[in-house]
Design a protein around this ligand. Structure first.
Ligand code: AMP
Length: 396
């Protein structure tokens, strides 16, 4: 069953047509730099890349151009539904849903919680409804997987009225990825689907780790926003919130500008002063760049601390799962984190760890419990599967 998968961001829209039954990706692409003179559509079919300039195109023109490509490939006629990545579902959505006017209103209600992401997600939904009026549309939320967290994990120790009146609590993100790789790890390692304890580490430019007990998220590192938790490419992760008031005062800055710097000028970029890209930092550290080394040291140390912390709600650890650009490719970060966590019983298989790069996954430890495993994430496939499962009963 072919599904059109759409992930609409503020200046880009990623799309794919995926057969939800066998995972085959017929086409994937991105309309990017939307709203600028350099806007373009880039797509890939059977490993061959194509590009088309779309000067001045906004979301509407970008998505129409993507649908033209689908037409040229003969894919539009066979579509069974459209699956949308929606970032923030607040406490309203516990799973994926067919999009109705009421769902759109609820996603709009979540805009204060996801002010950067939900508006472009809603634009994508509106355009896709116009382009494919006969198809059911499904929303798959980044936050939904974490709605199983207990109150003690999601409640901040702040005035309770902030939760009651303003929905200030921990939501967590990357839920689609955590859910996908957790299920894959259970399958790969032949764990009991009803009795397993995992920590999934999605490590990319944005990073989060989740404690997964028997298929359910019981705690995660990201919070009200994706700023909390692990050190990331440009985000600080968790820091003393008093830093905001302090820097605002001593530098005469607007607190919102300080917050912006914690999101965009911190993390690997902030510490190294060089780049948010781990590859660049690994090379620089190799060449003796002290702050690149420090950035990697902090990344590894704080990641290991967070993973160990996530074993608390699990009570034991069967497997540590690495995914995301860093998790799938950096044998350095994986190897050092596993060594740091040796006290949990993890023992590194250095050869297997070195082999897991660019799409190669598998076990990277010699220990049988706990194990560590690299799983390539595929959020688009999970969106396609959820969409297919929801639209199938409506198709007959
Ligand atoms: P993502 O946001 O999931 O695309 O991940 C991006 C991050 O993955 C960047 O920091 C990249 O430097 C990192 N990454 C990708 N490939 C490698 C690699 N071969 N070695 C180290 N880091 C990598």
């Amino acid at each position: 069953m072919n599904i059109f998968v759409l992930n609409c961001g503020s200046s880009s829209a990623k799309f794919a047509v995926i057969d939800a039954d066998n995972g085959r990706e017929h086409v994937s692409g991105i309309a990017q730099r939307l709203g600028s003179a350099e806007a373009s559509l880039d797509w890939k079919v059977d490993g061959t890349k194509h590009t088309r300039a779309l000067p001045g195109a906004g979301h509407d023109a970008g998505l129409r151009a993507a649908v033209d490509v689908l037409d040229e490939l003969g894919l539009t006629g066979g579509l069974a539904g459209v699956g949308h990545r929606v970032v923030h579902g607040g406490s309203r959505f516990l799973g994926s849903v067919i999009i109705t006017p009421a769902v759109v209103r609820q996603v709009e209600d979540c805009i204060p919680l996801g002010p950067l992401h939900n508006p472009p997600n809603l634009i994508g939904i509106a355009i896709a409804q116009e382009l494919f009026p006969a198809l059911q549309q499904v929303a798959v939320f980044d936050t939904a997987f974490h709605q199983t967290m207990p109150a003690r994990a999601y409640t901040y120790p702040v005035p309770h009225s902030w939760l009651e009146d303003d929905e200030v609590r921990r939501y967590g993100f990357h839920g689609t990825s955590h859910r996908f790789v957790a299920a894959e790890a259970v399958r790969l390692l032949e764990l009991d689907p009803h009795d397993h304890a995992l920590v999934t580490a999605h490590l990319g430019n944005g990073s989060s780790a989740t404690a997964v007990l028997n298929g359910r998220s019981v705690d995660t590192t990201m919070g009200l926003t994706p700023l909390e938790g692990l050190m990331m490419g440009t985000r600080s992760g968790s820091v003393d919130p008093a830093i905001i008031g302090h820097i605002a005062r001593v530098r005469g800055m607007d607190p919102l500008a300080v917050l912006d710097a914690l999101n965009k000028q911190s993390g690997l970029l902030g510490v190294s002063g060089l780049s948010n890209d781990l590859r660049t930092l690994e090379e620089a550290a190799e060449d003796g760049h002290e702050r690149a080394r420090l950035a990697i040291d902090i990344l590894v140390y704080t990641l290991a601390k967070s993973i160990a912390g996530l074993v608390v709600p699990l009570g034991r650890l069967d497997a540590l799962v690495f995914t995301g650009g860093i998790g799938e490719n950096s044998s350095l970060v994986r190897g050092r984190v596993i060594e740091q966590l040796g006290f949990l019983g993890l023992t590194l298989d250095a050869d297997a760890n070195a082999r897991c790069i660019r799409g190669v996954g598998g076990r990277v430890t010699r220990s049988t419990r706990p194990q560590a495993v690299v799983v390539n994430t595929n959020e688009e496939l999970l969106i396609a599967r959820d969409t297919a499962a929801l639209v199938a009963p409506t198709l007959s």
